[in-house]
Design a protein around this ligand. Structure first.
Ligand code: FMN
Length: 420
């Protein structure tokens, strides 16, 4: 299912160069399954035409409070034909997203100004059912100005969801804070906004990817884990309202928005990172494929082929068992930290998952078939706990992660109460 299926978004554009990004955002929202109704200020009409926005949204654009047309597709009920676009346009909306939100528009919102359709519509929206999300966009001096910062603080206090700004090159040639986020970032934030905040107040630590165990400075032993599952879990936990730390083995995946990422190489590096970040963690998801063994002594110089036919012999020693160690910690044992392990197996998944759960001492073990998941965008999961087994059938990793995170939140609450 698409992320925004069934959602109706009113997309407001106020006057700023970033209107060009609103076209991309509109397209992205529609692709994500939302229906989009565009409303533009007079200033926005100077930057991008309503023709473009109509073509991308598939609906006529509104910009004047005097516009007598009916909104396409909306169930206007008693309001049909009443010339009140500022009322009718939002009654079916799941959210109003103003992107870009100009400095002027935010100041207007703050004071309850209502001399154009977009501000009038925001003022007239039902506060309980139609959240307002704004994406500021402006020159860095405008953004840093105390007047703007005061307005942002007050808008947040009024319950308006003010998104972050980006940083970097600006259309005016200056460099700094104030750019509007990119369309994909805005889509992420809007999608996350709708996610139930079942992990609010939690600190979730996730490990992901393979580890790399050096043989010498140029060679090493690793495995086929891509990190995609762990990264998707980190994203889902962040969407669900958690603070998330992602300890990632050597992979080149983009960091999910809002997630703190710590890059590591070997299992021992991973252990050091976990020692640093686990202090106040409330959930630990061990999705990384941590090497069980490492070369007993890595050479500090490249091992050379000398032409004699001599083949070097590798001897191994055991790596620390990160999950078992954390599961045995005082915080995990006293119910302050809920631990979830992963097992990537090649066969006999249920048996191995059950055995591993007992060996690691964790309340929940998630089994998946390694060769079927490594590097893939899809997976299927087997959740093994004390009571039995639950199957999450084949789906994309983000959808599975959202289900898993919701399930972990529910289990953690029960576990914490039972352990107290
Ligand atoms: C070329 C140009 C670019 C502008 N870019 C921005 C901008 O990025 N952000 C902003 O807050 N205002 C910007 N402005 C100023 C707004 O367009 C102006 O404050 C306008 O009154 C906003 O109207 P609105 O809030 O009703 O859309 C720009 C003005 C011009 C002429």
């Amino acid at each position: 299912m698409k992320d925004l299926a069934g959602k109706h978004i009113v997309l407001g554009l106020s006057g700023g160069i970033a209107c060009y990004k609103a076209a991309e955002l509109c397209r992205a929202l529609v692709k994500a399954g939302a229906t989009v109704q565009v409303v533009m200020t007079d200033a926005a009409l100077q930057f991008i035409t309503p023709v473009t926005m109509q073509a991308l949204s598939g609906r006529p654009v509104f910009s004047s409070q005097w516009d007598p047309r009916k909104a396409a597709g909306a169930d206007l009920g008693a309001g049909v034909g009443n010339n009140m676009a500022h009322i009718n346009l939002t009654r079916e909306a799941d959210a109003i997203v103003v992107a870009p939100a100009s400095a002027d528009f935010m100041s207007k919102l703050l004071h309850g100004g209502a001399d154009d359709l977009l501000s009038l519509m925001c003022l007239a929206r039902p506060l309980d059912t139609v959240p307002l999300i704004v994406a500021p966009a402006m020159n860095r001096e405008m953004w840093a100005n105390p007047a703007t910062q005061r307005n942002v603080a007050q808008l947040k206090a009024d319950g308006i969801h003010v998104l972050d700004v980006g940083q970097g090159d600006q259309a005016c040639g200056e460099v700094g804070d104030g750019r509007m986020l990119e369309a994909d970032e805005l889509l992420y934030d809007v999608t996350a906004f709708f996610a139930p905040k079942v992990m609010a107040g939690q600190h979730v630590v996730v490990t992901a990817g393979p580890t790399y165990e050096a043989i010498d400075p140029v060679r090493g032993i690793t495995n086929l884990s891509s990190g995609k599952m762990g990264f998707a879990i980190a994203r889902a936990a962040h969407e669900a309202g958690a603070r998330v730390t992602l300890v990632a083995g050597p992979v080149s995946l983009p960091t999910p928005r809002g997630v703190q990422r710590v890059d590591v190489k070997s299992a021992r590096n991973m252990q050091l990172a976990l020692d640093m970040y686990m202090d106040d963690a409330t959930v630990f998801v061990s999705a990384a494929a941590v090497a069980d063994w490492r070369p007993a002594s890595a050479s500090d110089q490249k091992i050379k082929k000398d032409g004699s036919g001599h083949v070097p012999t590798l001897t191994f020693c055991e790596n620390p068992d990160l999950l078992a160690g954390i599961a045995a910690s005082e915080r995990a044992q006293s119910g302050q930290l809920y631990c979830v392990g992963f097992a990537a197996e090649s066969h006999n998944l249920l048996h191995h998952a059950q055995t591993k759960r007992a060996r690691k001492g964790v309340p929940l073990l998630v089994g998946n078939i390694g060769p079927a998941t490594f590097g893939q965008d899809h997976n299927a999961l087997l959740l093994v706990d004390e009571e039995g087994v639950v199957e999450f059938p084949h789906a994309d990793k983000l959808s599975l992660s959202r289900l898993l995170v919701a399930d972990i939140a529910r289990r953690r609450a029960i576990w914490t109460t039972a352990s107290a």
